[in-house]
Every structure is written in C-alpha cells, then in structure tokens.
Design a protein around this ligand. Structure first.
Ligand code: SF4
Length: 288
C-alpha cells in the first residue's frame, strides 16, 4: 500500500485529513483552515518552497519512495576477498587486518595533488547567513581532520564590507575571514576551495584569490546555480540591502526599486526579496 505523508517540517505544512497523491485530503472541506501545501501555496505561491526559519536552519530532502530508484535503493553487499592498499609486509591475515591499520588517506588532482586524511569533503557553504554564522566550526574542524572545505559562491558580492570598483575587488573581509580561518589550522592535508559563479567571475574573484593567496586556494568554476528549481538562494528582509545587491549586479526578485514593490513592502504585504544568481554557459553551439 502506498501512502503519501504530507506533513513537511521544512515547510511547516500538514494536512487536516488523509492526504492523497495530489496533496489534498481525501475530503477537502470548504470550512478548513488547515495548512496543507495546496492551501498555503494558494496564499504565498512559490515562496512556500523556502524552508521555514530561513537563515537559521539547514534543510534536506526526505524524498524516499519505494517506487522507482534512488540512492536509498542502492545496497552494497560486500565480500572480503583480498585487500588493496596494504603495506608491503602486511597480509590479509587477521593479525594485519585490524582497525588501527586502516588507512583511508587519498589525494586528487592532475599535476598538483591535494592530499586528504579522510576521503570526504564538505558541500559548498556560500553566501547564506547560516554558512557565515557557523563557518568557524566547519572550517577549523575540516582543517584539523585534514579534508577539503568549499566556500560557496557570492561571498564577496553579498558582503557589504567588501569594496569593489572597476579594477576588481579591493577588499573582501568575509572571504578573507573564511580562508584565513581554514589556513590557520591547515597542515598540508585538505584544501580550501572557492567556488566562482557568473557573478563572482564578473566581480573579479579569480584575480583577487590569485593575487592574495596564490596557490594556497583552489578555484572551482560553478555552472549550475541558476539551474536549481527555486533559483533564489537567499532571502533578504531589508529593502536597502536588496537594493545594494541589485546594484552589485544580482537579480533581485521582486525589483526593490519598483514602485509597486516598494509600496507593497511598506504596507507589509511584501516581506522579503529573493536574490538569484545566473546560470553559467558557453557560447559554443555544441559540446564538440
Ligand atoms: S484545505 Fe483541504 S486539502 Fe488542505 S488541509 Fe484543509 S481539508 Fe485538507
């Protein structure tokens, strides 16, 4: 029997009755003051897609379904036939195959190798307020453990303290803070990686990193931000800050300089603005 749980803590939605696949209750009452996804989205539209407590929460998908395939359907049935990576004089005998002997160090890169003590890395922690708030614990932990951490896109652009002009980035306190925090504890294992999207490229992040940090920082070209379903990556409740982001070249929705949006904001009907990044691309006709 297939059931559709429609209570979503991330969105703060729940059905009054028994939900069916459409998201409605099997008995949708005209008198209902419920808060199912259909009901709430009829009031707030696509804004419902943002997890609640934005800026103070991290949200993940609970999208697990017995129908179709997904990572949840992948099962690795392992068998202990031999081993790789043993030291020269080790055997697969129980005496050598002990827990303290395990070595999961790895490396990646073409000509220049990045070494890691453990084969993991973080997701990108970018311009969201929660990433800035908890950066120290992530960065210091990653550096001490010896694995790479990624600074996500737009960190320079959203920083009100950063100074940009026609010549590029003059200063970027928040980007510096994040890099310096990691490098303070870095001992040669792991890496500090900075993502660069369309807006970062326009702002001159590559030149700034190269001039200030040389090869201490890895750059990651980012292509896909605008391809996300919801697009807007941060919500801004301060109209002056929304205008600042627009002046920095971001797409801000709705336009914080538009008279109707300003009136709606002042009246309390509009409570926040979404900042979007652009989708990267090339001017080639095909991949060939
Ligand atoms: S509006 Fe209808 S579908 Fe939504 S919770 Fe109420 S009864 Fe259920």
């Amino acid at each position: 029997m297939i059931e559709w749980p429609k209570q979503n803590d991330a969105l703060g939605t729940a059905n009054r009755g028994n939900p069916c696949e459409s998201g409605l209750c099997t008995l949708c009452l005209a008198s209902c003051k419920g808060r199912c996804e259909t009901w709430v989205s009829s009031l707030v539209g696509r804004k419902l897609l943002y997890p609640r407590e934005f800026g103070g929460s991290t949200s993940g998908s609970a999208n697990v379904c017995a129908v179709g395939t997904g990572y949840h359907a992948l099962r690795i049935q392992g068998y202990a036939y031999g081993a790789r990576g043993l030291k020269a004089d080790d055997t697969v005998a129980p005496a050598d195959s002990s827990f303290p002997q395990v070595d999961v160090r790895t490396e990646f890169g073409g000509e220049i190798k990045t070494k890691c003590r453990v084969p993991i890395m973080t997701g990108a922690l970018g311009s969201t307020f929660i990433a800035a708030k908890y950066w120290d614990s992530f960065a210091i932990g990653a550096a001490l453990c010896g694995f790479p951490i990624v600074i996500g896109e737009n960190v320079v652009g959203v920083d009100r303290e950063s100074i940009l002009d026609q010549g590029g980035i003059r200063s970027s306190p928040e980007l510096d803070r994040r890099i310096d925090t990691y490098l303070r504890y870095f001992d040669g294992h792991g890496a500090i990686i900075v993502q660069m999207n369309v807006e970062d490229t326009r702002n001159g992040v590559a030149r700034y990193i190269l001039d200030k940090y040389g090869d201490k920082v890895v750059l990651e070209l980012k292509w896909g931000q605008g391809a996300k379903d919801i697009g807007g990556e941060i919500q801004v409740t301060d109209i002056e800050y929304a205008r600042f982001l627009k002046d920095r070249g971001y797409i801000v929705d709705p336009d914080p300089c538009d008279a109707a949006a300003v009136a709606a904001f002042n009246a309390g009907a509009l409570k926040s603005f979404a900042r979007h990044s652009r989708l990267g691309g090339v001017d080639l006709g095909s991949a060939r």
